[in-house]
Design a protein around this ligand. Structure first.
Ligand SMILES: Nc1nc2c([nH]c(=O)n2[C@H]2C[C@H](O)[C@@H](COP(=O)(O)OP(=O)(O)OP(=O)(O)O)O2)c(=O)[nH]1
Length: 132
């Protein structure tokens, strides 16, 4: 099975990180994720992330440094997540596709019911900020 390339945004404001809860009725129903989505054929990962953040929240962003990746086999699909730090440039956030969003501190990340592929990214983020 070819892994699906998916982008994930680490958007930090006032020392809080934007996290989003999925509402799709698949196996990830209700799980928390970093916003983003599948890379389409005509775009690179940074273009994908900008597009997804506009579609999901109506915001314009700048895609900055790469955090890291996570490859996870859900059985029905293999997800290859690539995460980038993102800055919010303009536009008020409108929650268009998620159940809800939250702004959480680094220490609150661990308490969320994450999509399994994201657990490694959460650990990488904590390591990046030397919480571990
Ligand atoms: N955007 C995003 N997707 C994630 C994360 N973690 C994770 O397992 N995924 C999975 C969920 C989806 O299967 C896929 C992203 O797909 P998508 O968000 O573009 O589209 P979708 O909801 O229609 O997904 P799907 O039902 O077609 O699988 O990656 C994450 O942190 N962010």
């Amino acid at each position: 099975m070819t892994p699906l390339l998916v982008t994930a945004a680490i958007l930090i404001k006032n020392q809080k990180i934007l996290v989003a809860q999925r509402k799709h009725s698949d196996e990830l129903n209700g799980k928390w994720e970093f916003p983003g989505g599948k890379v389409e054929a005509n775009e690179n990962t940074k273009e994908c992330l900008k597009r997804e953040l506009y579609e999901e929240f109506g915001i314009n962003t700048a895609i900055n440094d790469y955090l890291g990746e996570s490859i996870y086999d859900y059985g029905s699909k293999i997800i290859h997540l690539q995460a980038y730090f993102v800055s919010h440039i303009s536009g008020d956030i409108q929650v268009r596709v998620h159940e809800q969003i939250r702004w959480v501190s680094l220490s609150e990340l661990e308490g969320l019911d994450w999509a399994p592929a994201d657990v490694s990214l959460v650990n990488q983020l904590r390591t990046y900020f030397q919480l571990k």
